[in-house]
Design a binder for this molecule. Structure first.
Ligand code: ADP
Ligand code: MG
Length: 702
């Protein structure tokens, strides 16, 4: 009898795999077991029931299958290297086939009067179509089953191909596997749910996703598997939330006391916006509920999240707790430290700064003060959640983030105290709804959907490099009016040296165009020591320099109201949310502000779309949606490492509807059976446990 454990069999034991290929499969595709291979889905299908005639092959857009004789085989070019060409002839004409390796074998393969089936993707070369490296099979020996109309295509890598595991090779071992496991592929959803949602059984879905019997069943297989994938992500997130609500006590912030009241009466530099008031209230209620708060605060650049953060920290203090604020970069941590210390001037509150560059001696002193409770608010970078940092009673952690701060990192904080602190994650830029649902699906959400009054909208224009003189003229006029200018250069990680050179060249040419003593130019980049960075930033903040040449180290949070011009060099190289962040550095004072996007002359369509989007809108939510659509979720900043978004089949952009539906269903299920104890839900519980076992990021509360 076949047993369920068969699916856990190491992949080397599959017929046709063996130790060498198994090794490669593990390394290249993380396929360790039968089950893993089964979950390696094709990315595309090609209809092998259709045969083209040579004269019907007119573009290089689609894969084609032809039938005919192979003529005129000859080697061209150098004895070693070069290429082998031949022609496929049918009654409508002939089409060139070309190979760049495997000559010897190919020379002997083809018989002159035999009929062959040729399959491949046409390529346009020197104005003519040919087919490079086609699959060729004699009609008499063909392995193509006429039943397999849709042939699956699997991603492969050079290394796998060298071991015979190209798409075709993978499809062969897949077939072997499926024949072996057919009949024991477990169902993961309850019968009720499947019926209600009209989803096909998992086994049918798996068999047909690999070898679809027809296009209709392929569609149903896809829907079933997409739903399942998104459903379990949502279920996991919601279950985490449930466990937290049930098991984890929260610090009860029951009072609104003197700190907040004093601050509100005496220190608040301006009237809060309606949105700020609303979210502070949401947060206050949450922290006063007895549960641990896990909340996401979304707000566009400049919407005043820092002030909200500060007021929430004061609530913690009022209840006798400490609070900390974590920033993604050192510069930003320093800025927060300065601006918050300033806002709290005159109040009896101790604020401290802890970053990677805090000296050991200071650090020790700081640790003591934290543990004794003499420090009320700690501001810093990732350093402040290191295990060595111990608090007297940390009540609230606020994460002002740039990188996605995933569930795993949040979980680390849950362990920070016997009763874990409340957590508020603030986004640097808005996140699209689907991404928020997937990535922060376990959090409550607050949104600041209003900018402080009196903000003038920023004028955004697109200049080409050839407009540089105009740019400099414009900068001169702005500086003459007392304004300051940022010029930002892109950072490409692969080559920091080259980046620095770009920046330094830029600095030089700007310094030539804006010479001393009339002008002064600052430069800041990531390789400067923190004291040097700080010195340069301070000169700019104080207005001693008029132009700040920088890399994206200034991307987040830097706040100089007098700076009214943001020039972004090589803007085509930046992602949309980054451009939006950078633009948000200006428009903070009362003056009309400008963002100038400098690009090279020729832009690819995607870059063009990004630039156009920036010129057209300043709505961060709209920009985030466009960004997600243009780039796809896999590319978004910081999401790769998360593990959560390695989706096998679903796509959170294209499958937004399924995602919402999956979330609804997960909520419904947990409302009805919070611990998944009902017999009918046992397949769901089993699958969830398996997933959390196999994906460390998923299982967070021990
Ligand atoms: P972000 O949400 O991007 O972090 P900040 O908190 O840095 O925004 O706030 C941007 C600017 O707006 C700061 O200069 C801040 O002092 C100012 N600001 C915040 N709230 C208000 C308000 N209610 N009225 C006027 N200005 C405000
Ligand atoms: Mg901010």
């Amino acid at each position: 009898m076949k047993s369920n454990n068969l699916l856990d069999t190491p992949i080397e034991y599959l017929k046709g795999v063996g130790p060498v290929r198994a090794d490669m499969l593990k390394k290249e595709l993380k396929i360790f077991t039968f089950n893993d291979l089964m979950g390696y889905f094709p990315f595309r299908y090609v209809d092998r029931s259709k045969f083209y005639k040579v004269n019907e092959v007119k573009t290089d857009a689609a894969w084609v299958q032809l039938k005919g004789k192979i003529k005129g085989l000859q080697k061209i070019g150098k004895p070693r290297g070069g290429r082998l060409v031949a022609y496929l002839e049918d009654d409508t004409g002939r089409l060139e086939l070309v190979w760049f390796r495997g000559f010897q074998w190919l020379m002997n393969k083809f018989l002159p009067n035999e009929e062959y089936i040729v399959f491949g993707k046409p390529n346009l070369f020197n104005g003519k179509l040919n087919i490079p490296h086609p699959e060729v099979e004699a009609v008499s020996e063909t392995q193509i089953h006429l039943g397999d109309k849709l042939q699956p295509f699997y991603y492969s890598t050079e290394k796998l191909k060298s071991k015979g595991l190209d798409s075709r090779g993978i499809s062969k071992i897949m077939k072997t596997l499926l024949l072996q496991v057919q009949g024991i592929i477990p169902e993961t959803l309850s019968e009720e749910m499947r019926k209600e949602l009209k989803l096909i059984p998992r086994e049918d879905a798996i068999l047909n996703i690999h070898f679809p019997k027809n296009p209709e069943i392929l569609k149903r297989a896809e829907s079933r598997l997409k739903f399942e994938e998104l459903f379990f992500i949502q279920l996991n997130l919601l279950k985490l939330k449930l466990i937290r609500m049930e098991k984890i006590q929260g610090n009860l912030f029951s009072v609104v006391g003197n700190y907040l009241n004093d601050f509100y009466k005496n220190c608040l530099p301006f009237e809060l916006t309606g949105a700020q008031k609303r979210v502070i209230k949401e947060i206050r209620v949450d922290m006063g509920s007895g549960h641990q708060m896990n909340r996401l605060l979304q707000g566009d650049v400049g919407s005043g999240k820092t002030l909200v953060a500060l007021m929430c920290m004061l609530i913690a203090l009022d209840n006798g707790y400490q609070a900390s604020l974590m920033a993604p970069t050192e510069i930003l941590a320093q800025q927060h430290f300065k601006s918050i210390s300033k806002m709290l001037e005159g109040m009896d509150i101790q604020v401290a700064l802890l970053t990677g560059s805090t000296k050991a001696k200071q650090r020790t002193a700081l640790h003591d003060l934290l543990q004794s409770g003499h420090i009320h608010i700690l501001i810093g970078t990732h350093a402040l959640i290191e295990d060595t940092v111990k608090y007297k009673n940390l009540g609230l952690v606020i994460i002002d983030e740039q990188h996605r701060f995933g569930v795993a990192q949040r979980a680390k904080l849950w362990k920070k105290n016997i009763t874990p602190p409340h957590i508020l994650v603030m986004t640097a830029t808005p996140i699209p709804r689907t991404l928020a649902m997937t990535f922060y699906g376990d959090l409550e959400v607050s949104v600041i959907d209003e900018l402080p009054p009196g903000r003038k909208s920023i004028k955004t224009v697109h200049f080409y490099d050839k407009d540089r003189l105009r740019l400099f003229g414009f900068m001169q006029r702005q500086i003459a009016e007392g304004r300051q200018v940022y010029m930002v250069y892109p950072l490409i990680k692969e080559s920091e040296k080259l980046d620095l050179k770009h920046l330094e060249d830029g600095f030089e040419s700007v310094s030539r165009a804006f010479p001393l003593p009339k002008y002064a130019v600052s430069m800041v980049h990531g390789q400067l020591k923190s004291a040097e960075k700080d010195y340069e930033m301070q000169r700019f903040i104080k207005g001693e320099t008029q132009i700040m040449v920088a890399t994206t180290v200034i991307e987040v949070g830097v706040d100089v109201p007098n700076a009214s011009v943001m020039v972004i060099e090589n803007a085509e190289r930046f992602g949309l949310s980054q451009l939006h962040q950078l633009r948000g550095r200006v428009g903070r004072g009362g003056d009309q502000s400008y963002c100038i996007l400098m690009t090279k002359d020729k832009l690819n369509p995607e870059a063009y779309k990004r630039i156009k989007t920036m010129v057209k809108t300043s709505d961060g939510f709209e920009i985030a949606e466009t960004d997600l659509k243009l780039r796809g979720p896999g590319d978004l900043h910081g999401t790769q490492q998360s593990g959560i978004l390695d989706l096998k089949i679903a796509d959170i952009v294209k499958d937004e509807k399924i995602l919402k539906y999956a979330r609804e269903k997960a909520i419904e299920l947990l409302n009805d059976d919070p611990h998944l104890e009902k017999e009918t839900n046992s397949p769901i519980l089993k699958e969830l446990n398996k997933l959390t076992r196999n994906r460390p990021n998923w299982s967070l509360i021990s």
